[in-house]
Design a protein around this ligand. Structure first.
Ligand code: DQA
Length: 151
């Protein structure tokens, strides 16, 4: 199963960006944890991980993987709350999508309570810091996998 992992804007600064909200782990740390999880999985999982600060680039990356991705994990970051274009790209590709947030967006400012992405996602995982990514990956393997044995 091929899983595209997308990190949106400002997530390249994790570790330095408001650690009281987003944690101390860097994006490299998170990517490494995901790779380790895949290495330990009995399933045949291939991850492709991309970070971009640009909405159009995220739209392009999603579209470019239309024939490759079996599932998409995405932390759209601030584009969660603004981007119909990313939502449309995800709908176009038509594979299962899981939306990820490090923080609990519903416990934060009002403008973060609305997501354009949730309506096209199988589910949303948020509030668990870097662990949100592992939970989402586990859920995606469960969705795509042949058995209930997640890992
Ligand atoms: C975020 C939450 C968003 O509201 C914010 O704009 C981000 C990160 C999260 O992971 O908690 O950049 O997606």
């Amino acid at each position: 199963m091929n899983i595209l992992v997308l990190h949106g804007p400002n997530l390249h600064l994790l570790g330095r960006r408001q650690p009281e909200i987003y944690g101390v782990q860097t994006l490299q740390d998170i990517n490494k944890i995901l790779d380790q999880f895949v290495a330990a999985s009995p399933h045949d999982v291939v991850l492709k991980i991309v970070q971009s600060n640009h909405e159009g680039e995220i739209v392009s990356v999603i579209g470019d993987h239309i024939d490759w991705a079996d599932g998409i994990l995405i932390n759209p970051a601030a584009y969660t709350h603004t981007s119909i274009a990313i939502r449309d790209a995800l709908s176009t590709v038509g594979v299962p999508v899981i939306e990820i947030h490090l923080s609990n967006i519903y416990a934060r400012e009002e403008f973060r309570h609305h997501s354009y992405i949730s309506g096209v996602a199988e589910g949303v995982v948020g509030g668990f810091g870097a662990y949100s990514y592992i939970l989402a990956l586990q859920a995606m393997i469960h969705i795509l996998g042949p058995t209930m044995d997640d890992n």
